[in-house]
Write a protein that binds this ligand. Structure first.
Ligand SMILES: *Cc1c(COP(=O)(O)O)cnc(C)c1O
Length: 425
C-alpha cells in the first residue's frame, strides 16, 4: 500500500500518519455506513414500488409528451422524499435555478419571503433582490425579511415571531451552511423551526434549500413538515452520474405551481423531453447514498487530520454531520494554494493542472478552486475552493469514492509539508 501511494505522490510518512488517525475513526465510519445502508434501502423501495424497468431509460425529444421515464423518476423521487409530488428535470439547470423556480412560483406580488436563518446562499441574493438584479423577486413586488441567528448559531424564536406578518407567504430555510461560518442544521432542528413557524402562522409555506444535505441523515426535511425540498442533481442526489438537473419535491399544490413556472402556465409537467438522460438520473439516485457516505468519510477524515495538525475546522473533528461540506481554516494564502494543489493532483481528470488564485466575476476577492471532475462544476465530486482573504479558509467537499477522497486529503497534507507550511507531529 505504501508503494502505490508513493507512486501517486504521497510519502510513507504522510500515509502512515493518515493510517494512524484512521484507526481512531472506525466507529464514526460504521455510523456513516449504517445511514447509507438505510438510505440505500429507501431508494430501492421507491424504485421497486414504481416498477422501474428498461422502458423508463428510453430517450425522448421534442415536447416530451407522455415521457414515462421522466414521469416515473418523479414518482420515485416523491417516494424517496415522502412527498405528494416531485419535479425532477434536466431543464432545471442548477440548484439556484431550482430554488428560483420554487420561490417565484409560490410568491405573488405583495407577498413576503422570510429567511429565519440569516442571509441565504450568495446566488440567492440576486434571485431575491437583496443585491439588485434584473428579474429579481423584488422587481416583481415580493418583499424579503430576515431573522438572524443568535450569536451561538441557534434560532432566534423571538425575532422570527416578530418577523412573521400577515404578508409572510413563504419561509426559506437553508439546511447547509454553504460558504458561511454558521453551523448546518440537522433535520430535527429544521423540523422544530418549521413547527414553530406554522404555530405562528398555520398557512405559511416552508421551503428547505436541501443542497449538500441529501442522504446525510436518515430523514429529509420533507419528513418533518417542509412543503418543498429543493436541490441540485450535480450535488448529492445525482450520485455523480447526473450531468445536469435539479429537483423540487413537495406538496402537489406547490410542485404544480413550480411546473407551470418552469415550463409555461397550462403546460406544467406535461412537457420537457428527457434527452436520453434517464439512465444517468436513475442510476445516479441509486448510487447516491453510497457516494454521499464516501464524501462524509472524507469530510470526517479531513477534519480529524487537519485538527491534529493545529488548524481549526467547521464542523470540528467530533461534531455530528448534517451536510458534506468541510471548512478548514488554513491561515494563509500559501497554505490555501498548497491544499488546493493537493486536491487537484489527486483528481482522475485534469490532475496535471496547477490551480492558481484568480479574480472571478461576482467575487470581491481572488478565489482559488481545485476540481478535476467528470461533470464540470460538480461538487459531489472531490473539490475545494475558497476566497483568498482572512481567515484563509478552504471549503472542501465531495468524492465519488471514499478512497479518492482519502487520496485527495493525503495529497493536500503532502503539498503543505513540501511547501514547509506544516510539520507532522
Ligand atoms: C450549491 C448551493 C446552492 C446553489 O446551487 P448551484 O447549483 O451552484 O446553483 C444553493 N444553496 C446551497 C446551500 C448550496 O450549497
Amino acid at each position: 500500500m505504501h508503494h502505490i501511494y508513493q507512486q501517486l505522490g504521497v510519502s510513507p510518512a504522510v500515509y502512515s500518519y493518515g493510517e494512524k488517525l484512521l484507526a481512531s475513526l472506525k466507529e464514526r465510519f460504521e455510523q456513516i455506513d449504517s445511514v447509507a445502508e438505510y438510505n440505500q434501502c429507501k431508494v430501492l423501495a421507491a424504485m421497486q414500488k414504481n416498477r422501474v424497468n428498461a422502458t423508463h431509460f428510453a430517450a425522448t425529444t421534442g415536447y416530451g409528451y407522455n415521457d414515462d421515464g421522466r414521469d416515473n423518476l418523479e414518482r420515485v423521487y416523491a417516494d424517496v422524499f415522502h412527498t405528494e409530488a416531485a419535479l425532477v428535470r434536466p431543464q432545471i439547470t442548477c440548484g439556484t435555478h431550482a430554488l428560483a423556480v420554487a420561490l417565484s412560483a409560490n410568491l405573488l406580488p405583495g407577498d413576503e419571503l422570510l429567511s429565519p436563518v440569516g442571509r441565504p446562499y450568495d446566488t440567492l441574493e440576486e434571485v431575491i433582490g437583496i443585491r439588485e438584479s434584473k428579474c429579481s423577486l423584488k422587481e416583481y413586488g415580493v418583499t424579503y425579511a430576515q431573522a438572524d441567528l443568535k450569536e451561538d448559531g441557534s434560532f432566534d424564536y423571538g425575532a422570527i415571531r416578530r418577523a412573521i406578518t400577515p404578508r409572510t407567504k413563504l419561509i426559506t430555510i437553508q439546511r447547509s451552511k454553504g460558504y458561511a461560518t454558521r453551523p448546518s442544521f440537522s433535520v430535527e432542528q429544521i423540523g422544530e423551526l418549521i413547527a414553530f413557524c406554522k404555530s405562528v402562522k398555520p398557512d405559511v409555506k416552508c421551503m428547505v434549500d436541501n443542497c449538500y444535505g441529501e442522504f446525510v441523515e436518515l430523514r429529509e426535511p420533507s419528513d418533518v413538515g417542509a412543503d418543498m425540498v429543493v436541490g441540485s442533481l450535480i450535488k448529492n442526489p445525482g450520485g455523480g452520474l447526473a450531468p445536469i438537473g435539479g429537483y423540487i419535491c413537495g406538496s402537489r399544490e406547490c410542485v404544480d405551481r413550480c411546473a407551470y413556472r418552469l415550463s409555461a402556465p397550462g403546460l406544467g409537467q406535461e412537457v420537457g423531453a428527457n434527452l436520453g438522460l434517464m439512465p444517468a438520473l436513475y442510476q445516479g439516485l441509486f448510487l447516491s447514498p453510497t457516494v454521499v457516505s464516501g464524501a462524509l468519510k472524507g469530510a470526517v477524515f479531513a477534519a480529524n487530520l487537519y485538527e491534529s495538525l493545529g488548524f481549526s475546522c467547521v464542523p470540528n473533528a467530533s461534531e455530528p454531520r448534517h451536510d458534506i461540506i468541510q471548512a478548514v481554516t488554513l491561515g494563509s494564502r500559501e497554505a490555501m494554494v498548497a491544499f488546493c494543489k493537493g486536491i487537484q493532483a489527486a483528481a482522475p481528470v485534469d490532475s496535471y493542472v496547477t490551480p492558481e488564485p484568480w479574480a472571478m466575476p461576482g467575487y470581491d476577492d481572488e478565489v482559488i478552486m481545485a476540481a478535476g471532475a467528470f461533470v464540470q462544476g460538480s461538487s459531489i465530486e472531490l473539490s475545494a475552493d475558497g476566497p483568498i482573504r482572512p481567515p484563509y479558509a478552504v471549503y472542501f467537499q465531495g468524492g465519488l469514492t471514499w478512497y479518492h477522497a482519502k487520496l485527495g486529503i493525503l495529497m493536500s497534507v503532502q503539498k503543505l509539508l513540501e511547501a514547509g507550511l506544516i510539520r507532522l507531529p
